[in-house]
Design a protein around this ligand. Structure first.
Ligand SMILES: [Zn+2]
Length: 395
């Protein structure tokens, strides 16, 4: 007699671009502790802030659209604070607690203190300062161009190095979320719109616009809770791949128009704190940035030392540095997809190695820079840690 055996459930592993692939590339070991551990839920500050600022921008757009909040600047206490609390509530329901040195979660009269300086809540801590700058700087220019917000992208690809019996599945899924700007909204916008001005000053965009066969096109947008990466740097390349992969996923949606470029908003550029300025200074000294400061900004950055107050930089520099335009074309798209396949292949290999009993630290690649370790919850026991053991610093 033969006993029937139950088949293993058929699952397709799904990789969210910003939630899985980019964190994995930041540090494989941190990604592993974060996602598949038996540890209590917590997440790297960088990832918390990235989620938070993304949620804040999406919610701000909805209120701009539906509640007719068309006049900027928005007031932090009466308008923006409520958006922050709403996003914090949603993130908590997914188990994502705000880092206490980054965000005041309390309302007026609350008894808690966290890391707030006193009971005079709400406090405008780092995350709030950045949320306010992001909304009030880019809201007036960006929101009128958005045709469709929070568009969900999804695609299926062949599993790299698929082996029957060993691989988890013969396919994997990629997901992501974007905002879409349309040519229709661009045509209607005011001639003072700064984003349109940046686009028209961009040679790649101009070239692609001239080559278009019909007038409709799209631009895809994503928000980053970080400073503009150095050029060259791994992050710089990863963001390139992200936009190109998103544009590929978008092009497969039937309602889409040709995507000419992708735009990333590096929102920390609008309010630089000490750690950001240290990096910016280094980028400038080493000639590793594509948007260079000049005149007073250059002087202020170069003469600044970490023991003195962070200098205020010009609005034009902050705005310019916070926007990155990435041209989309078929060859680059194909190259990015190959890169993503390779990364998924690496993650899947690490999972299989761990399942086969090789242990976490032996199975996962740790490749962090010091700043990643500084902000990492797991550094107290991680043998790869490049940092001391204190409270995680601000991203
Ligand atoms: Zn507070």
């Amino acid at each position: 007699m033969t006993l029937s055996t139950r088949n293993k459930p058929y699952i397709i592993p799904e990789y969210n671009l910003t939630g899985a692939l980019l964190p994995y590339l930041t540090c494989g070991l941190q990604y592993r502790y974060q996602n598949k551990g038996t540890l209590p839920p917590s997440m790297p500050i960088q990832l918390w802030f990235g989620n938070f600022i993304h949620g804040v921008m999406e919610e701000a757009f909805l209120r701009w659209n539906e509640m007719d909040w068309k006049d900027f600047p928005w007031d932090w206490k009466t308008q923006i604070r409520d958006i922050e609390l709403e996003i914090d509530k949603r993130m908590r329901s997914r188990g994502l607690q705000p880092p206490a040195n980054l965000f005041c979660p309390f309302k007026e009269g609350d008894e808690g203190l966290g890391l707030c300086p006193d009971h005079d809540h709400p406090h405008k801590l780092v995350a709030s300062i950045r949320a306010e700058a992001a909304i009030n700087t880019w809201g007036p220019h960006l929101f009128p161009l958005i045709d469709d917000s929070e568009v969900k992208l999804k695609g299926i690809r062949d599993m790299p190095h698929y082996q029957k019996g060993t691989s988890r599945s013969n396919y994997y899924g990629i997901t992501g979320v974007i905002d879409v700007l349309s040519s229709v909204k661009m045509d209607e916008a005011s001639d003072k719109n700064l984003i349109i001005k940046y686009l028209h000053n961009n040679p790649a965009f101009q070239y692609k616009l001239e080559k278009l066969e019909k007038p409709e096109y799209e631009i895809i947008v994503d928000y980053k809770g970080m400073k503009r990466p150095a050029v060259p740097s791994p992050s710089w390349d990863h963001h390139d791949w992200q936009v190109l992969t998103y544009s590929w996923l978008r092009s497969m949606q039937p309602e889409s128009q040709p995507v000419l470029v992708g735009m990333l908003f590096y929102l920390n550029e609008l309010s630089l704190f000490k750690e950001d300025l240290k990096e910016l200074k280094k980028d400038v000294e080493e000639g590793k940035t594509d948007i260079k400061p000049y005149a007073d900004d250059l002087e202020n950055i170069l003469k600044w030392n970490p023991h003195s107050k962070v200098p205020s930089l010009s609005d034009s520099l902050k705005k310019l540095r916070s926007v990155r335009i990435i041209p989309v074309d078929y060859d680059n798209q194909r190259r990015s997809l190959t890169e993503f396949d390779a990364v998924v292949g690496e993650i899947e290999e690490s999972i299989i190695s761990e399942v086969n009993g090789h242990g976490i630290q032996a199975s996962w690649k740790a490749n962090p820079d010091k700043r990643t370790c500084d902000a990492c919850d797991f550094r107290t026991f991680c043998r790869e840690s490049k940092t001391g053991k204190g409270f995680p610093t601000v991203p």
